[in-house]
Design a protein around this ligand. Structure first.
Ligand SMILES: Cc1cc2nc3c(=O)[nH]c(=O)nc-3n(C[C@H](O)[C@H](O)[C@H](O)COP(=O)(O)O)c2cc1C
Length: 381
């Protein structure tokens, strides 16, 4: 079986490379369809690379390595466990909403094989009523998973923000948390869709805190033996006030932050020559801003929040840079789409080599290393 999987993993890697060479500026939807097809046979994903230097303790759990599958890839609970066999140490399912979200996510474009632009009004999904049975059915599996939720309640952006009742929003989010809490190791409140009015509203600490506290209380009420951790995902927006938000998150009992989701700045899109109507951008263009934002959250939270890096991570060096900037774990999406599942083992193998080359004996030793060094320099100066 292992030999067959190694061989098929190798074959899938070459099919992916060939796809890009032959098809050039292919729409990532085709790549995703191919990826899903290849995932339908477990053999195609190849074997996971294992190495004790990659182990990470975070959020009270033990991760085999720091690489996780980002949210958005699997909103049907069909692929996450197959991908977890290919070397990811954890996966995030969703984003889900209590009510079905029938918004469209098309079209998505390819930009130099390193970015995806998505025109999307929400997170299309079947709603939690239909999804929770599938989440419950996979609960016995040993894989570590997070479930990402948000509210599908919309407000008319042309009107004032107060057209959206905060009570209704709170009830909707708390309901989502209640429904997914028994099915996962962590729940993410996803505020990373900058085009959704709720993100605009909720990224203001005073509006956010009551909702976070209510979500945390709801998790406590679930009376589970191992209640899930509570995380927040923020957008890749350099204007975020990391200090104020970190304070709010800590005061509300949040355990961790995912820094960061897609970017939406029209300026950023224009700078990258991406049509502004595309809305959101993921992949390489996010890397610098996401790294800088991560450093700010690490400094502001002083070790009291577990940070998960996302945005433009393609190589082991990218992972190492995020760990040094304060992340305990990282997530990838765009790279998986363009490189195929074999990228996970490649990054893990290269990361183990980089860690050893730099004299680290564990991932824990390098978390925040570049920020701590900078701070020391500051004190000495
Ligand atoms: C097509 C697409 C769909 C996505 N859907 C979600 C989603 O449902 N929930 C979420 O939190 N993030 C979603 N994301 C954002 C990714 O999880 C990730 O944070 C972002 O793409 C940056 O990482 P990357 O540069 O590795 O792609 C989506 C991204 C893309 C490209």
């Amino acid at each position: 079986m292992t030999n067959k999987r190694s061989l098929m993993g190798y074959v899938s890697k070459w099919i992916f490379s060939l796809l890009w060479v032959v098809m050039g500026r292919i729409n990532p939807k085709i790549a995703k369809t191919f990826l899903f097809w290849s995932l339908s046979d477990n053999a195609f994903v190849g074997d996971a690379y294992k190495d004790s230097i990659l182990q990470v303790q975070a959020l009270g759990m033990s991760f085999a390595n720091p690489i996780g599958l980002a949210a958005g890839f699997d909103r049907s609970v069909k692929y996450v466990d197959i991908l977890l066999n290919s070397g990811f140490s954890f996966g995030e399912i969703g984003t889900f909403t209590v009510q079905p979200d029938h918004s469209m996510e098309d079209p998505t474009f390819l930009f130099d094989k390193q970015a995806i632009a998505t025109s999307s009004g929400g997170y299309p999904n079947a709603g939690l009523q239909r999804t929770v049975p599938a989440l419950m059915a996979r609960r016995h599996l040993p894989h570590l998973v997070g479930v990402s939720v948000t509210s599908a309640i919309q407000a008319d952006r042309s009107k004032k923000n107060d057209t959206l009742s905060m009570d209704t929003l709170e009830q909707d989010i708390v309901k989502a948390v209640q429904m997914v809490a028994p099915c996962c190791n962590y729940v993410v409140l996803n505020l990373s869709h900058p085009a959704l009015p709720i993100s605009d509203l909720l990224l203001v600490p005073t509006t956010l805190e009551p909702i976070l506290k209510a979500a945390k209380i709801q998790i406590g009420k679930s009376a589970l033996v191992s209640p899930p951790k509570l995380l927040i995902k923020v957008p890749c927006d350099p204007k975020l006030d990391a200090k104020a938000l970190s304070r709010s998150f800590i005061d509300s009992g949040v355990d961790g932050v995912i820094v960061a989701g897609a970017a939406s700045s029209r300026l950023e899109l224009a700078r990258l020559h991406i049509p502004t109507e595309a809305g959101l951008v993921s992949g390489r263009p996010l890397a610098d801003t996401a790294l800088e934002l991560l450093q700010r959250f690490y400094q502001a939270s002083e070790g009291r929040l577990t940070l998960i890096a996302s945005g433009g991570i393609f190589t082991a060096q990218d992972v190492l840079d995020r760990l040094k900037a304060g992340a305990s774990l990282v997530q990838i999406y765009t790279a998986l789409l363009y490189e195929g599942p074999s990228i996970v083992s490649k990054i893990n193998r290269d990361l183990a080599m980089l860690l050893r080359r730099e004299g680290y004996q564990s991932v824990a030793q390098c978390i925040g290393a570049s920020v701590k060094r900078e701070q020391q320099g500051g004190f000495n100066a």
